[in-house]
Design a protein around this ligand. Structure first.
Ligand SMILES: Cc1cc2nc3c(=O)[nH]c(=O)nc-3n(C[C@H](O)[C@H](O)[C@H](O)COP(=O)(O)OP(=O)(O)OC[C@H]3O[C@@H](n4cnc5c(N)ncnc54)[C@H](O)[C@@H]3O)c2cc1C
Length: 380
């Protein structure tokens, strides 16, 4: 079995993975390094991915999705990330978090209005984190005050992927006290009273937009509320379970991209009259990376199965994300090591993969928080 295969993959799933891989290799890979330098997001390529049916493969066909399962979604995120982490992060935030939350919480009319454009290549954002609260998400302070038939939003959000380029954003805001006082709303790009400030100087994921957003008297109609008042926190927690699973897949892709580069270099580079791939020290590092990523895929596959069967996947998704993010970082680090001095320059992709992967032990639940989630099930 090739090392990048998921366990138990069907022929149809392998074909979808092949389609995603071809698109990633032929369309995303050529400009990925330059986009990392310039920070430009390839909106045209994102629309092209949508035309190939690669966005929202797990969402219903009636909304423009592929009507498939979570493993299929994982295969696509992984192949995007294998060449371009930023592109995969954009897809994970837009169709994984945003469209996923909308699908979970919208009524039919809301779903038909907001989900299909996201699967056609418009960008979605999902806003939970604030300047004063990240891991402790229930401490959020952004407020939604009921005024007549609608709401007025005041407050700030921090580190929001696509926060300055979204067409639709899901916003968690406070309508009361405690976790049960958090509600979810849709913000559209044209809503007045919202200012987005792109965050510059990120270590990685540079062609994925990240922004701080300030709301001052942002008035939205009552029809923007998702579900009932007070349901926002539980909707967000369920969305994060799927999000962590998606990030697990993305990590496998980043780690694999770094391993691909290390393998190629191990063949090509010579020292002491031999290719460096013949040295035990190099082979051990390659083996360690391959095992880590394969184990990450096993955990991602297990979480996909639970999500598809409607079972509680919180623990599995946390394990998949925690393990795969740390395996990806090790793979990237070993790829840099195998490239020797060239590994310390931005001429090689392992450098970019490592900087991109560094986000993934932080975003959507830090490793410390995830170990806490997993420990709860260990102690249960
Ligand atoms: C590039 C990027 C994109 C992002 N995209 C989004 C997005 O689209 N939407 C969104 O809502 N958010 C987004 N985030 C925010 C991200 O999810 C948060 O940064 C993350 O959840 C951590 O929150 P924090 O930064 O406030 O850190 P804090 O919560 O302040 O944590 C600081 C440190 O304390 C540790 N810590 C905190 N609590 C505990 C505890 N109980 N036990 C042990 N250790 C603890 C943490 O693990 C961490 O090491 C993004 C962040 C970045 C950098």
């Amino acid at each position: 079995m090739p090392i990048d295969n998921h366990p138990e993959m069907s022929e149809a799933q392998a074909a979808l993975m092949g389609l995603a891989r071809d698109f990633a290799q032929s369309r995303l890979a050529p400009g990925a390094a330059e986009r990392d330098r310039s920070g430009a997001f390839p909106a045209d390529l994102y629309k092209e991915a949508a035309e190939h049916g690669l966005l929202g493969v797990n969402l219903p066909e009636r909304l423009g999705g592929g009507g498939l399962g979570m493993l299929e979604a994982a295969l696509v995120f992984e192949q995007f990330a294998r060449v371009d982490g930023s592109f995969s992060l954009t897809a994970a935030a837009s169709v994984g978090l945003t469209a996923g939350h909308l699908h979970r919480a919208c009524d039919d009319a809301q779903a038909e209005r907001w989900i299909p454009p996201l699967l056609r290549g418009e960008l979605g954002a999902w806003a939970l984190t604030e300047p004063g609260s990240g891991s402790d998400a229930a401490a959020l302070r952004c407020r939604a005050e009921r005024r007549g038939d609608g709401y007025t939003i005041d407050g700030a959000k921090m580190f929001i992927t696509q926060g300055s380029v979204f067409s639709v954003m899901v916003l968690m805001a406070r309508t009361g006290e405690g976790k049960g006082g958090i509600s979810a709303f849709v913000i559209e790009a044209s809503d007045a009273g919202r200012e987005s400030r792109p965050i510059h100087g990120k270590l990685g994921m540079r062609s994925s937009d990240t922004a701080e957003i300030v709301f001052q008297g942002c008035e939205i109609p009552g029809g923007r509320l998702l579900g009932a008042e007070g349901e926002g926190f539980s909707q967000a927690v369920a969305t994060l379970v799927e999000g962590r699973f998606g990030v697990g897949a993305l990590c496998c892709g980043l780690g694999q991209g770094a391993l691909d580069a290390a393998l190629a270099y191990a063949h090509e580079r010579e020292a002491f009259g031999r290719s460096i791939g013949e040295f035990g020290g190099i082979r051990e590092q390659l083996a360690d990376s391959a095992i880590g990523l394969a184990a990450g895929r096993e955990l991602v596959t297990r979480a996909a199965r639970l999500l598809d069967s409607g079972e509680d996947a919180a623990d599995s998704a946390a394990r998949a994300k925690l393990f795969a993010s740390e395996a990806a970082l090790r793979s990237c680090d070993q790829s840099i090591q195998i490239h020797g001095g060239y590994g310390y320059t931005d001429e090689i992709p392992a450098h970019r993969f490592w900087r991109d992967a560094r986000l993934l032990t932080i975003g959507e639940g830090t490793s410390e928080i995830l170990r806490g989630v997993i420990a709860r099930s260990v102690f249960a």
